[in-house]
Design a protein around this ligand. Structure first.
Ligand code: UD1
Length: 378
């Protein structure tokens, strides 16, 4: 008589907006019949606004979290500590075979640290990315989470080299591709057309627009940097109108720095944070994207849309080497030069990086199920 293998219970964690598009295909792959896995979901509540959470859960068909820790905002120490305190009893109650974390936000490191101290293996999806800039809170989260992880899934080849340099055994590392790009492929046909989102925007926007996002602390928390960026971007908007979905922290910093006026006579359309399908449509239809986001550098590469990155470094170098990304920094002349190159020469065409094919979550499920069946999980 065949002995039926029980599915390994994996507790998956999400906390902030960039986690949601990564977890959606993972939950789907793990909970597919015959995967050998059974996923439950904890939401830490790091992002709690409807625009930052609900739209994503609904649009991406992420199951309602089994547990919502409801931590909300705070300093980095407060937020990380609150997540840890609230996550510990959940782990005690659930005793999963492993905890899976994605990306590099405070929820990622907080839950990984709690799990590893309880002897529960940690799985990190999107491991090994490094900007080399320890001033970024995400870089600290990446380095520490990778050190704590038992199984590490990577999106590009450079990640394995970074991990090896930090003493992490190659046996633990698997190059599977990019789960965020799984979500992009899965949803592209349902993306909300930009014409729909921009219906009220006025005629200028129908001739082509740039899409702008800004939220990195290094760009928005320093009033001088923020003024320099917005001044240059307002100048560009007179030639190419800009659509700017504004992250809550950026909205607050613009007001605190007294910079609202800078945007008032510019051709910049300010929007609230957009849902996933609206943002996907805005990116797909844009002439170019100007951003300091990590994920958008990858999504524009997958879409073949030129991306001008308003940061000094990237933890996703494949988007520059093979994709459509150009790292420009925050210097006004450099931004203007990159903008002109896109306008005059069309920008980088790029090609699809290896394994960015919509199948990354399935690869993870197969490797993880085998790993659990080998008795490596708790
Ligand atoms: C976090 C992540 C960052 C990610 C970004 C995407 C860390 C260290 N950073 O940064 O990597 O790119 O999310 O959005 O985890 N706020 C709201 N509503 C919300 C959430 C936040 O109003 O639902 C406001 C609060 O004023 C809060 C501020 O935004 O203080 C910052 O939120 P927080 O989660 O601390 O960090 P992010 O800047 O969003």
């Amino acid at each position: 008589m065949a002995i039926e293998q029980t599915a390994a219970r994996i507790l998956c964690v999400v906390g902030a907006r960039p986690n949601f598009m990564k977890i959606a295909p993972i939950m789907r792959a793990f909970n597919a019949p015959g995967s050998g896995l059974q996923a439950s979901l904890v939401h830490t509540g790091q992002h709690y606004d409807a625009a930052m959470k609900h739209a994503f859960f609904e649009q991406l068909h992420i199951p309602e979290p089994d547990v919502d820790l409801g931590v909300g905002s705070g300093t980095h120490a407060e937020q990380t500590a609150h997540i840890m305190l609230k996550f510990e009893p959940v782990l005690d109650a659930q005793r999963p075979a492993a905890v899976l974390v994605v990306g590099d936000v405070n929820s990622t490191i907080a839950c990984a640290l709690v799990a590893v101290k309880k002897g529960i293996p940690v799985i990190h999806v999107e491991a090994g990315l490094r900007s080399g800039d320890r001033g970024m809170p995400e870089e600290i989260n990446r380095i520490l989470t990778d050190q704590l992880s038992d199984l590490l899934f990577t999106t590009e080849a450079s990640a394995a080299d970074n991990l090896e340099r930090e003493g992490i055994s190659r046996d633990k590392v698997h190059f599977v591709g990019n789960v965020m790009i799984d979500t992009l492929h899965y949803n592209l046909a349902s993306a909300t057309p930009s014409a729909h989102t921009l219906a009220e925007a006025g005629a200028a926007f129908t001739q082509g627009y740039g899409l702008l996002t800004l939220h990195r602390p290094s760009n928005v928390d320093d009033a001088d940097v923020l003024r320099r960026l917005l001044t240059e971007l307002a100048g560009i908007s007179h030639e190419t109108p800009l659509v700017f979905p504004v992250h809550p922290r950026t909205r607050a910093r613009i007001s605190e720095a007294g910079l609202d006026a800078l945007l008032s006579d510019a051709n910049i359309l300010l929007l609230p944070p957009q849902g996933y399908l609206e943002m996907l449509g805005l990116m797909r239809d844009a002439r170019m994207v100007l951003t300091d986001s990590g994920g958008i550098q990858e999504e524009t590469t997958a879409l073949g849309v030129p991306c001008i990155t308003l940061r000094e470094s990237t933890e996703r170098p494949i988007t520059v080497a093979q994709g459509t990304n150009t790292i420009v920094g925050t210097d006004a002349a450099a931004i203007r030069k990159a903008y002109r190159e896109v306008m005059d020469l069309g920008g980088k065409a790029g090609r699809q990086p290896e394994h960015w094919d919509g199948q990354a979550a399935e690869r993870i499920a197969v490797i993880l199920a085998r790993w659990c069946a080998d008795g490596r999980a708790a």
